[in-house]
Ligand binder design. Structure first.
Ligand SMILES: [Zn+2]
Length: 508
């Protein structure tokens, strides 16, 4: 007998519906699987056969053929197990075809028949709803995540044997309902700017960067609090909206980073990959394209500590995604697009020993310093809006009696500035000051006569490239917004110029 059950695969960050067809016939007993399958999907037949036996289903020895279609998608992962088991059970008459007609079935099977969680459930649920399915049967550990999507009934199961009872209506099971408000509150962020004493300039640079989503680079000697400041940046970024949470959760779920029984991510991502990471690990790719760190950090911070330790070629692949806000991975069967809407935060020493330009402590030769700095290419530097020097924290600045401003206070100002930008760019295809297109600079960063003259002087003395000039204007837009001023003044411009000054100091 022939049967058909719906399941789903993940392509890039989207779900795709897959038909699992089973044909049970008289003939030499065997279990064949076809349909462009990855090795782990082929192995499903062993898991399914054993799980069915251990769940108490007696199957007469017959010729079983399973086909996963469409055939032009290569199927990977272990999420098809449950659907294959259901298709076989339907073929043998344990289930009726109409019981599964409007249902998507997903889950990995253990040999004892237990149903185990799979990655990418939110994308699958989204796709199932769009395709008009009414019901989903998923592993219980994934049920909350799937039920975030409105308009589809989600049933969580822990064992294969539950499915028969559920579909026959014997087990009175209610669809899982999730209270989204529970997941809309942020977890308490473990790091706070109030813990950093002094370092006013660094804190200010962090605030400007967060407010306009500008990429930022910290340069300074070891122990000057570069990573300390970077780690606190997600804490001053605005609270996540529902749509942002959905987007981030999809990527985290596909990457296997969503905790069991969680419906949505709680905080903005903070990713700090080690400097030994490969280009594929950083921007995504692989035989079955998976999102890289830059995509996982989307909506949050990608922190590259010890920037000069990264392979130069690895850093270079970041250039395009940082400019475009997405990564395209091309494969034989098509192109995959992953978001890369992240804030790049980098930290580095200025020389091999770390103490340059403090000549009392640094004995590196001029040549060694310039070779060290040249590891970071000009085009990559061009994508960094703010560059700030950190200084070794002295005992005087660790005066505990001064009440430092907390992250939540800084965040309030950042949120106000972000709101302003959202309103201003409502008709554009970007949301932040850092993303203003070159053609719109005149429109959104208009300068008065005095300001134009000031910038003319800066342009000549600093020998700026056009790209760097635009970057200064974008940063001054954010500084003006933070001050609640519509007009960009020389005060805003000079602060923005300062953030480029260090680049001249080290790289010119
Ligand atoms: Zn040195």
């Amino acid at each position: 007998m022939f049967s058909n059950v719906y399941s789903a695969a993940i392509l890039g960050i989207d779900g795709v519906i897959v038909s699992v067809e089973a044909d049970i016939n008289d003939g030499l007993p065997c279990f064949d699987m076809v349909g462009t399958l990855a090795p782990e999907v082929r192995e499903a037949k062993e898991r399914v056969r054993t799980a069915l036996k251990n769940s108490g289903f007696y199957l007469q020895p017959k010729k079983i053929t399973v086909n996963l279609s469409p055939a032009d998608i290569r199927k990977s992962g272990s999420g098809f197990d449950l659907a294959i088991a259901c298709a076989v059970l339907t073929g043998y008459g344990f289930l009726l075809p109409e019981q599964l007609s409007e249902t998507v079935v997903i889950g990995e099977l253990g040999l004892d028949g237990s149903v185990r969680p799979v990655n990418g459930m939110l994308s699958i649920a989204d796709c199932a709803r769009e395709r008009g399915f009414k019901k989903m049967i998923v592993p219980a550990a994934n049920a909350k995540e799937a039920s975030v999507i409105d308009g589809i009934d989600v049933y969580g199961v822990v064992h294969l044997s539950h499915i028969v009872g559920l579909l026959a209506g014997i087990d009175n099971m209610e669809p899982v309902k999730v209270n989204l408000n529970e997941f809309m509150e942020d977890d308490i962020f473990p790091y706070d700017f109030a813990e950093i004493h002094g370092q006013t300039a660094v804190k200010r640079a962090c605030e400007v960067a967060a407010a306009g989503m500008h990429n930022i680079l910290f340069i300074g000697p070891p122990g000057s609090g570069k990573s300390m400041a970077a780690k606190r940046l997600p804490g001053i970024l605005p609270k996540l909206t529902f749509d942002e949470r959905i987007k981030i959760t999809k990527i985290h779920s596909i990457s296997g980073l969503l905790k069991e029984n969680e419906a949505l991510v709680r905080n903005r991502p903070f990713r700090a990959p080690h400097h030994t990471i490969s280009s594929t690990g950083l921007v995504g790719g692989g035989r079955f394209p998976k999102p890289g760190e830059i995509s996982i950090a989307s909506g949050g911070v990608l922190f590259l500590d010890e920037l000069t330790e990264f392979e130069r070629s690895t850093l270079e692949v970041l250039r395009q995604p940082l400019e475009d806000g997405y990564v395209t991975v091309s494969r034989l069967h098509g192109a995959y697009v992953f978001p890369a809407d992240t804030m790049l935060v980098a930290a580095m020493n200025a020389c091999p020993c770390g103490y340059f330009p403090d000549r009392k402590r640094c004995h590196c030769s001029e040549k060694a310093v310039s070779r060290y700095l040249s590891h970071i290419s000009r085009p990559l530097l061009d994508r960094i809006d703010i560059c700030i020097e950190t200084e070794t924290v002295s005992l005087i600045s660790q005066n505990n009696s001064i009440n430092e401003e907390s992250s939540s206070d800084i965040r309030k100002r950042v949120e106000l500035t972000r709101k302003l930008q959202l309103e201003r760019y409502c008709g554009e295809d970007y949301k932040f000051n850092s993303h203003i297109k070159a053609k719109d600079i005149e429109k959104y960063c208009a300068l008065g006569k005095k300001e134009k003259e000031f910038m003319q002087k800066v342009f000549e003395t600093m020998q700026l490239s056009m790209r760097a000039y635009h970057r200064i204007l974008r940063v001054s837009r954010t500084i003006a917004d933070l001050a609640g001023e519509e007009k960009i003044t020389t005060r805003h411009l000079s602060e923005a110029v300062c953030y480029r000054g260090f680049e001249e100091k080290y790289w010119s």
